[in-house]
Design a protein around this ligand. Structure first.
Ligand code: SF4
Ligand code: SF4
Length: 277
């Protein structure tokens, strides 16, 4: 279990605990303000932070370490996420009474076309917060009325995203409140992946799972290698695919694209070589 499961999941998976979606958390005024500020200030924050992160990346190790330590504490408190396999996304939708397609802040920042792949997932409709947060967005789904999905529609969306090699991730807004599922990868402009993987500024933690390949079932087609968002799959010299379990984020995209049913997800906590989040 990751430290969030210990802190916010009572030793079970934190994102499968109903209290982390609770109505009283979503009514909290400070949190609602934070969500609005998060969206409305996203572009200017990124324009400011990316050059800063590039400078920090070139700084001496002690300075870099001190910066990352403080940044990690802040992200854990305010906003962080973790890849989640699709079957657990379905369980998350089971907690929600409101699933809303919202514009993607990362695509907006990157100037990339909107795909409708970001979902606001709450137990209370938060249309007022979302309308205020996305008031300046011109390229997103129509937010008036907001695009509300059924759980079946949301699962269809996730399957489509997964077939395009996108991973699912779950996000807090003022931890432990969970209010979003994203479907993205680095190529689609995910800033969380970019800051985490490119600048070592941790916004995204590894998921609770890690991939294992059954070599006897693998036909060496390479689909998992092509689709892994974290470049954690490779074809071995002797043919079948192999997962670099220390690099793997446990998203499950490789498993879904494998037509030979050769990939399983194992609990990261039980996997000694990969049990670091
Ligand atoms: S190896 Fe599979 S589970 Fe691991 S990060 Fe890549 S696609 Fe996700
Ligand atoms: S997608 Fe499946 S069959 Fe193809 S290389 Fe990967 S594990 Fe092997």
């Amino acid at each position: 279990m990751c430290e969030f499961c210990h802190q916010h999941g009572d030793g079970r998976k934190w994102y499968l605990q109903a209290e982390n979606y609770a109505a009283d958390l979503s009514r909290d005024l400070e949190r609602r303000e934070y969500m609005i500020d998060f969206v409305t200030g996203f572009d200017s924050r990124m324009k400011r932070d990316i050059p800063l992160l590039e400078t920090i990346a070139a700084a001496p190790v002690p300075l870099r370490a001190a910066f990352h330590e403080r940044a990690t504490v802040r992200q854990m408190r305010d906003h962080w996420g973790q890849p989640v396999p699709i079957e657990e996304c379905e369980r998350i939708f089971g907690f929600a009474t409101s699933i809303v397609q919202v514009p993607c802040v990362c695509r907006h920042f990157a100037g990339a076309p909107e795909r409708g792949y970001c979902l606001g997932v709450t137990v209370l409709p938060m249309d007022d917060v979302l309308e205020e947060a996305f008031r300046d967005y011109a390229n997103g789904p129509d937010t008036s009325p907001l695009q509300r999905l059924t759980k079946d529609q949301a699962m269809t969306l996730l399957r489509r995203a997964e077939s395009e090699g996108l991973m699912h991730s779950v996000w807090t807004f003022r931890t432990p409140f969970i209010a979003g599922i994203c479907n993205c990868n680095l190529a689609s402009g995910c800033m969380a992946m970019k800051t985490t993987l490119t600048y070592d500024y941790k916004t995204m933690w590894k998921g609770e799972y890690v991939a294992r390949v059954d070599e006897s079932a693998c036909v060496g087609c390479g689909a998992c290698v092509d689709h892994c968002p974290f470049s954690a799959m490779h074809l071995t010299d002797h043919g079948p695919a192999g997962a670099d379990r220390e690099t793997c984020y446990g998203c499950g995209v490789c498993r879904s694209v494998c037509s030979s049913d050769a990939i399983a997800l194992e609990d990261r906590a039980d996997t000694e070589s990969a049990a670091v989040w």
